[in-house]
Design a protein around this ligand. Sequence first.
Ligand code: ZN
Length: 205
Amino acid sequence: MLFEVRCPVCGASGAAPCDRCARRLKAAPALPTPKDVDGCVAALSYTGAGRELVARLKYRNARVSVPGLADAIAALVDPATVDVVTWAPTSAVRRRERGFDQARLLARAVARRLHRPCRALLKRSPGPPQTGRPKRDRVNGPNFTATRKAPKRVLLIDDVITTGATVSAAARALRSAGASEIRAAAAARTPLKATEALSDAAGDG
Ligand SMILES: [Zn+2]
C-alpha cells in the first residue's frame, strides 16, 4: 500500500469512513430548496459523524473522503438533467490557507461519475469568508460573478449547504451568464435548528 487509509471520523485504519462510522451517518434533512435554484439535494446531515466527515474535508484536507462523498452525491443526480458541473468557489484567502478548494475537488469527482464536463464558471468576489460572519450578513451570501457563458443546465456543487445563501448567490450569477436550470448538490446540509444557531464551525452558507 502506498499510504494507509484512515477513517476521517474516528481514525481507524481501513476505510474512509469505516463501517462503524458509516452506520452513524444520517441522511440530509428535508428542507426547502434555497431561493433561485431549481432543485437541491444533499447526501448527509451536517451533524454528528456526517459533520466530522465533511468538516475534515474542509479544514484538514482529508481528501481520502472525496470518493465516497462524490459517490453519494452522484447517486442523487440524474445525469440527463446536467450539461455541466461547476462549484461555488471558496474565498481566495481560504483557498490559499488550505492549498485547495474542497468544493472543486467534489465537483470534479461528481462530474467524472456523471460523465459530464466539470468547468470553472464562477469567481468569488473578494470579501470575508462566510464562516464566522453574523447570520444577518450571511443571509445575503457572498458575491459571485460568472467568468464565462454558462451552459443551459448546470449542476452546482458545494460541500455544505447551511442557510442556502451561497448556492442562491452562485445560481444568480450563473443565470445572468445564460444558465436556465440550476440544481445544487452538496455533501451535507445543516438541519434547520442547527442553521438557526449558526456557529463559527458551520459551513460557508
Ligand atoms: Zn470511523
